[in-house]
Write a protein that binds this ligand. Structure first.
Ligand SMILES: Nc1nc2c(ncn2[C@@H]2O[C@H](COP(=O)(O)OP(=O)(O)OP(=O)(O)O)[C@@H](O)[C@H]2O)c(=O)[nH]1
Ligand SMILES: [Mg+2]
Length: 419
């Protein structure tokens, strides 16, 4: 196992409001989500970034000493490094040096399972590396195959600039094709017209655990960060009989590297398509408010900040201090406090979801021609039929249906709305 020295950096010029304790705790969580052994976590608080080393020369010497003493194989910075900073640090410290983005990319490359997930991660890795390749390029596989040097599924990332560009173009093209295929699938699903609820939230908040509880699935969960990369959608029958689809999604992170958001935008279409977002927050984490802000800013970047968001304050079974929970509830007034592990208050969440959809019900009288029994069938499945009779001009139906569902099917020219 590689031995890693962690360097948590806070610059007074940083735009975010994370305290150094929170930065260093997160760096440790990220490092523990790969396969390194953490030796020590060195704190660096500096006024501003220096172009050559990010941090001051004196601090670099101190780190070099510790790295040498403790026999570190790799040094990991919590801050992003420019190509120059990284090269200089590597030379000064005498060992491989990677930044937060590379660490995150490494975790993603370990977790990618589906062909699409693998392509997305590889694309993000190549786009990150391209501007950092010197003219001749490096063979990443020559770097010893340590953390940050392998592509998805242990494949070698072999690069010179020209190859990298070619590979990037090919991956983009392949991803476009996959996306088209998925859109076609989704269109098919749309005809089925079930409302979609997407579970979104910070990594490790408990989204997959909640999906498992709601839909009796077996999505993998773990305390490691970024367990889920591939979206998974499952059917759920609400207590009022309404059927919906629940989608699990990739977790977010504060200052999620831009390359990753770009690469995963396609996967996050699930979020864009959703009728309702459930924002799962780990209420037992002292960084709750920071996590909330980070998630909201990713949602904004995805352009979905205007969707209805229902906040689920999760992991309440871990909260001994009920005062903390009360305080959190004040910050999130319409939230549901629950435990995806014990199932506590799951009924309240289900009722809120059902209320959301049934609050948007339409009462209609429609007429459908006899040759469209598929539509009649559809309404039998998706609506509450109050009255139905078969007359000469067609099938007359009085029904109650969720507005969201009717909006999707209502454009069919064979559905005539009487009133
Ligand atoms: N005690 C407790 N643990 C929970 C609860 N919900 C989830 N966990 C644990 O928290 C960890 C993360 O849960 P996941 O469901 O994998 O989290 P996630 O949001 O899907 O994470 P990513 O896929 O990484 O984005 C796992 O170890 C879960 O067992 C809860 O309500 N109570
Ligand atoms: Mg998950």
């Amino acid at each position: 196992m590689e031995k890693a020295l962690l360097i948590s950096v806070q610059l007074k010029t940083d735009k975010h409001h994370w305290r150094i304790e929170d930065i260093s705790a997160e760096l440790e969580e990220l490092a523990s989500s790969t396969s390194v052994e953490v030796l020590e976590n060195v704190i660096c608080i500096c006024d501003h970034a220096t172009p050559n080393y990010l941090i001051g020369k004196g601090k670099v010497e101190e780190i070099s000493f510790i790295a040498h003493e403790e026999g570190a194989d790799v040094v990991i910075f919590s801050h992003d490094l420019t190509g120059t900073q990284q090269r200089n640090l590597e030379k000064a410290l005498g060992r491989r040096t990677i930044d937060r983005t590379q660490l995150i990319l490494d975790i993603f490359s370990r977790r990618a399972r589906s062909p699409e997930g693998k392509m997305q991660v590889e694309l993000a890795q190549l786009e990150y590396l391209l501007p950092r390749l010197s003219g001749k390029g490096v063979m990443l596989s020559d770097l010893g195959g340590g953390i940050g040097t392998r592509g998805p599924g242990e494949t070698k990332l072999e690069l010179d600039r020209r190859q990298a560009r070619r590979k990037i173009d090919k991956l983009k093209e392949d991803l476009r094709n996959t996306r088209q295929h998925r859109l076609a699938m989704r269109k098919k699903r749309k005809n089925n017209a079930l409302p979609i609820v997407a579970l979104v939230g910070y990594t490790s908040a408990g989204k997959s655990t909640l999906l498992n509880l709601l839909t009796a699935s077996a999505q993998v969960t773990s305390e490691k960060l970024f367990t889920t990369l591939d979206p998974l959608s499952k059917n759920l029958s609400l207590p009022n009989g309404q059927n919906i689809i629940v989608s699990d999604t990739v977790g977010f992170l504060h200052e999620l590297p831009h390359h990753l958001i770009e690469a995963f935008k396609a996967t996050l279409e699930e979020v864009a398509e959703a009728d309702l977002l459930i924002h799962v927050l780990d209420a037992a984490d002292p960084r709750l408010v920071l996590h909330n802000q980070a998630v909201l800013s990713v949602l904004e970047e995805l352009g979905v900040q205007d969707k209805t968001i229902l906040v689920a304050l999760n992991k309440i079974d871990l909260i001994q201090d009920r005062g903390w929970l009360e305080l959190s509830k004040k910050d999130f007034p319409d939230s549901v406090c629950l435990s995806a592990k014990t199932g506590e208050n799951l009924d309240i969440l289900l009722k809120k979801i059902a209320d959301y959809f049934s609050g948007l019900m339409l009462s209609l009288h429609i007429l459908i021609p006899h040759n469209r029994m598929d539509l009649v069938d559809f309404f039998y499945r998706q609506a509450k039929i109050k009255k139905i009779d078969y007359s000469q001009e067609g099938v007359n139906i009085n029904l109650e249906i969720a507005r969201l569902i009717f909006e999707r099917i209502g454009k069919d020219k064979d559905i005539k709305i009487i009133c």
